[in-house]
Design a protein around this ligand. Structure first.
Ligand code: GLV
Ligand code: MN
Length: 391
């Protein structure tokens, strides 16, 4: 089933199928890369027809990452196809490895999944990375055609999207359950703030005659942390700080910071972002600096599909595990897909609750349970009246 010792070999075929004339067909699935860089494998239904269930997660990751967030969900979907051993459900299965979920390079997450719901728009294509390369150019340099992005859109009659991922938190481990079912994913806002002061000599400028952008930013960062501690369920993070000119003996003239705010209530999240903007203005005014910001993303909280939640819970019970319903604090492609198709998520227990760090890991037994529950889910969906009415 899941061979941890298997050697993974990247063959010429794999490297070349992007440009191949004949589709690459491992496991009887037709594999291609769409114009947003998503890896997509379509495993056809028993009878001809395009209707499909999508299963997948993301292939990108964060700097200094662990080995499981995202990619485990893609490998797990492939393992499900493998375990079908050639049997074909009454619906097709499309495995999707999303190209860009974390937002590391362009600051904006969900670039891959936004293509599937028709939201990889011109504004997003114009976003630039730290080297000034925009998304459109990056896509072209990868050998893909941005004009074909609309072809990546998933059809309205797709049966649904199921995403497996590690929980990335401590809850399942604390309650001793291997698998969880996500009922909702919290909303998140991402912004970039820039404090602009005046660069000056660190030795000659007296303390009361400085316009220090790093000092202003530091004061604001502690307000961000306090706001997160004050409001129940809120998490607020400054994850990146960049100062210019960035050297020991010069007072910083500019400090650029990222802000990430999340809460299950969109109202609480938006009020917090507003309060932090006002706080930044107040700090800048008192210190006689300027501050500006750019909103990169406001993504509302998203509920998963009630029917798929129930089916997923039943599938997990069939493996002998009791599922735990939970809210995801991490963002996932499922929250984007849910705009267009019924979506669900299964979480795997995360030892130590550590993620987005090299210590991230999973228990092999939990992976086996996740695959087993996925197979039960396919059976349940195949025999469900709700699905049969649509196929
Ligand atoms: C993505 O995984 C996020 O939650 O930031
Ligand atoms: Mn992640």
């Amino acid at each position: 089933m899941f061979d941890a010792d298997a050697e993974f070999v990247v063959t010429e075929d794999v490297l070349n199928y992007r440009h191949a004339v004949t589709p690459y067909e491992p496991l009887g699935a037709e594999v291609k890369i769409d114009a947003a860089g998503n890896l997509r494998a379509f495993y056809p239904a028993a009878e001809s027809g395009e209707q499909r269930l999508l299963i997948g997660s993301h292939l990108d990751t964060v700097p200094n990452a662990g080995a499981y967030d995202g990619v485990l969900g893609v490998v797990l979907a492939i393992a499900l196809l493998e375990d079908l051993k050639g049997q074909r459900p009454p619906f097709g299965i499309e495995v999707v490895g999303f190209s860009e979920e974390e937002g590391v390079r362009f600051g904006t997450p969900f670039i891959g999944s936004r293509a599937l719901v028709g939201r990889l728009d011109d504004e997003l294509l114009k976003r630039r990375d730290s080297n000034g390369i925009c998304v459109r150019q990056a896509i072209e340099e990868f050998g893909l055609k941005p004009d074909e992005i609309p072809d990546a859109i998933v059809s309205d009659d797709a049966l649904g999207f199921v995403e497996f991922d590690i929980e990335q938190g401590p809850v399942l481990e604390q309650i001793g359950r291997p698998l969880g079912v996500v009922e909702a994913i919290v909303g998140q806002s991402r912004l970039e703030f820039t404090f602009v002061g005046r660069a000056n000599h660190a030795g000659t400028a007296p303390m009361h005659l400085r316009y220090d952008a790093i000092a202003a930013a530091a004061e604001w960062i502690t307000s961000v942390e306090r706001e997160g501690q004050r409001i129940s369920g809120l998490v607020a993070t400054v994850g990146q700080v960049e100062a210019k000119p960035g050297t020991t003996n010069v007072i910083a003239g500019e400090a650029r910071l990222t802000l990430d705010v999340r809460h299950s209530s969109d109202d609480v999240r938006m009020r917090t972002v507003e309060a932090l903007m006002r706080k930044a203005e107040e700090i800048a005014e008192r210190r006689k600096l300027l501050v500006r910001w750019e909103t990169i993303m406001n993504q509302g909280a998203v509920a998963m599909n009630p029917f798929l939640i129930r089916q997923t819970e039943e599938a997990i019970r069939k493996t002998g595990c009791e599922p735990h319903r939970m809210v995801s604090g991490a963002g996932h492609d499922a929250m984007i897909l849910a705009e267009k198709v019924p979506s669900a998520m299964i979480f795997l227990r995360t030892p130590g609750g550590i993620s987005h760090a090299p210590e991230e890991t999973v228990e092999i037994e939990d992976v086996a349970k996740a695959i087993e529950s996925g197979l039960h889910l396919l059976d349940l969906l195949a025999s469900s009246h709700a699905v049969q009415r649509r196929t």
